[in-house]
Design a protein around this ligand. Structure first.
Ligand code: PGA
Length: 249
């Protein structure tokens, strides 16, 4: 089964209008050789989305959305607004949203459904804490999260899953290749059991301290269909260095 990989950047609360220049370098680096092999996505802060979407050769998306279409939700944006601004993806359930804003699996599932309602792709993020890993609960935790955070209508066209161990985000630490492979195998099995053949095509990204120096090892693992990159996606050279690993595959 060949699954077209996705290399996605999560800029978090970083960047400004002047970052359009760095973003343009990323887009320019997504050349024909890369486009033949992978999809690329950048999720900047929402206020930059419409500007970045002027560049058509790579995808842009939001980092979060509300589950409602519109209404009295001060400070929130809807999936429809993301789509209107030119976004084609939205991250839902990033651990910084789950931990900092109390988002539950049910909230994340509702946001994924909102993304589909707006015609965009949901990147559903899951991952265990250090405490859970040390207690040997990783597989149980991420399996439960993927089950509860993915609505029944999830498929390989409308949904991407990103496995991001919380303790590996922004810390420079990554799980061993064996640990990543073990989690991704368990997630794949769970997706296949639930969604049948299509479950083998849902893209499974790894995220957490991915950088050019470790990308080749991580992206070559079975059932790893790309990366969700935080810090290293802010610099075109680093982000492209990660994506270009696929030129050698
Ligand atoms: P990081 O962040 O690459 O800076 O560890 C990943 C993420 O939070 O998506």
């Amino acid at each position: 089964m060949t699954v077209r990989p996705l290399v996605a950047g999560n800029w978090k609360m970083n960047g400004a209008l002047e970052s359009f220049e760095e973003f343009s370098k990323i887009a320019a680096g997504y050349d024909a050789a890369l486009a033949e092999k992978i999809d690329m996505l950048v999720c900047p802060p929402a206020v930059l989305l419409a500007k970045f979407a002027e560049v058509k050769n790579i995808a842009v998306g939001a980092q979060n959305c509300h589950s409602a279409v519109s209404g009295a939700f001060t400070g929130d944006i809807s999936a429809e607004m993301v789509a209107d601004a030119g976004g084609t993806y939205v991250l839902v359930g990033h651990s910084e949203r789950r931990e900092g804003y109390g988002e539950t699996d049910a909230d994340v599932a509702a946001k994924a459904e909102a993304a589909w309602r707006a015609g965009i792709i949901a990147v559903v993020c899951i991952g265990e804490s250090l405490e859970q890993r040390e207690a040997g609960e990783t597989i149980a935790v991420v399996t439960e999260q993927v089950t509860k955070s993915l609505p029944d209508a999830s498929n390989s066209e409308n949904t991407v899953v990103a496995y991001e161990p919380i303790w590996a985000i922004g810390t420079g630490k990554t799980p061993t290749a064996d640990d990543v492979a073990e989690v991704h195998a368990a997630l794949r099995k769970s997706l296949e059991e639930r969604f049948g053949e299509d479950g083998s095509k849902i893209r499974l990204l790894y995220g957490g301290s991915v950088k050019p120096s470790n990308a080749a090892e991580l992206l070559a693992l079975p059932n790893v269909n790309g990366a969700l990159v935080g810090g290293a996606s802010l610099k075109a050279a680093d982000f492209l260095g990660i994506a270009e690993v696929y030129k050698n595959f």
